[in-house]
Design a protein around this ligand. Structure first.
Ligand code: SF4
Length: 113
């Protein structure tokens, strides 16, 4: 029966260093908010929250309290630039939403002091 060689501390360090060196390192740039993929309106969460890219198309019968002023750009969950076309929303992590969009969890952005 063949004995398996024991690995001492020095051998372990050599082997583990070699293994670590062989693992590719993926350097990611911190992508800007504008680089985020746009949320699809047929995304399950977007559908569940009745997200639309154009706030003027909100179903008034279903959401009678919706007003023209309710836009993603004025929502407290929107964290992008107000004058951008799209930006990040904390409800849809890793995605961007249309600043002219809307969804049913819209909440007014607090006034800046
Ligand atoms: Fe737009 Fe606010 Fe809904 Fe996000 S939570 S999609 S910013 S309305």
């Amino acid at each position: 029966m063949k004995k398996t060689p024991k690995l001492n501390r020095r051998g372990f360090v050599k082997v583990s260093t070699g293994v670590l060196a062989s693992i590719p390192v993926f350097v990611t740039n911190s992508s800007s908010a504008q680089d985020l993929p746009v949320i699809a309106v047929d995304d399950p969460l977007a559908e569940a929250l009745a997200y639309v890219e154009d706030s003027t198309t909100v179903n008034k019968e279903r959401f009678p309290n919706h007003t023209e002023e309710q836009l993603c750009s004025s929502c407290s969950f929107y964290t992008g630039e107000a004058d951008a076309e799209f930006g990040p929303c904390s409800i849809f992590p890793g995605k961007s939403v249309a600043t002219s969009g809307w969804c049913s969890v819209w909440a007014i952005k607090p006034a800046e002091s």
